[in-house]
Design a protein around this ligand. Structure first.
Ligand code: ACO
Length: 216
């Protein structure tokens, strides 16, 4: 996607990170209208690519410039030199935090506060399967300092599931009603606490455990 000439100078590196605050202060703040326009257009492209369209084919985008603050979102944009050498926008990756509930295969629920989620991920059709998704995702992982299995993925498409399987070996998950995917590997290092021996008041000792018979 063509970028307005005014913002070319802001794409000095292939990957640019934006959030709501960065969009409102210099240098981005000087071009907030232009930035909002190309972020929204890219968000619409992503929505169409994922089939997120409403009546009359209108896209229902996940990424919109004015809603970045709602999930404390970080937006990673990938640009590449176009045919004339000026940067063109190739991909976006939006992450943010949500409060989620997750049920495991045994029906046990876990609440995840401030869970970091991959909310939107899109590489322009002309560039897909060229390694650009990996480039963008890898940069995001490096910035966040989190392994791919630590994220929750919002309604991942078959392409994203293939991507995660191929590049990060992530495959197993328990489908959830809220459509978020959290891979089983997430829980390997965070097992649920074992059931408390005091789960019933009836079983609760009257004295603190270990205190009985202790010598002074
Ligand atoms: N069919 C199946 N798997 C695919 C496809 C496809 N059409 N395209 C990419 N993949 C997967 C495959 O595993 C592929 O490896 P392969 O070519 O050896 O089979 C791998 O991704 C390629 O890796 P990259 O080239 O690094 O990824 P790419 O640049 O294509 O970006 C992305 C991946 C972002 C998922 C891209 O395909 C895309 O934009 N798809 C359309 C939008 C989309 O579905 N986004 C995810 C929505 S869900 C969410 O955002 C939480």
């Amino acid at each position: 996607m063509e970028l307005p000439e005014k913002v070319h100078a802001l794409f000095t590196q292939p990957i640019v990170l934006l959030n709501q605050a960065a969009l409102s202060r210099p240098p981005w703040g000087h071009y907030s209208r232009e930035a909002a326009a190309f972020i929204n257009e890219m968000g619409n492209n992503s929505a169409r690519a994922q089939g997120l369209v409403g009546a009359g084919g209108r896209p229902n985008p996940i990424t919109q410039a004015h809603t970045l603050g709602e999930t404390n979102a970080r937006l990673f944009l990938l640009a590449q030199p176009g045919p004339t050498g000026t940067p063109v926008l190739v991909g976006l990756l939006k992450i943010g935090t949500k409060q989620l509930f997750h049920w495991d295969a045994n029906g046990r629920m876990r609440e995840l506060q401030n869970q970091v989620c991959v909310l939107d991920f899109y590489v322009h059709e002309d560039y897909q399967r060229g390694g650009f998704g990996k480039l963008l995702f890898h940069a995001m992982l490096g910035h966040e300092g989190i392994a791919p299995e630590r994220f929750a993925y919002d309604r991942p498409s078959p392409k994203l599931l293939g991507f995660l399987r191929k590049h990060y070996g992530l495959a197993d998950f328990v489908p959830q009603q809220n459509k978020f995917v959290i891979f089983e590997k997430f829980f390997v290092e965070r097992p649920l606490a074992p059931p408390s021996p005091y789960d019933s008041v009836m079983n609760r000792p009257l004295t603190a455990r270990g205190a009985q018979g202790r010598r002074r």
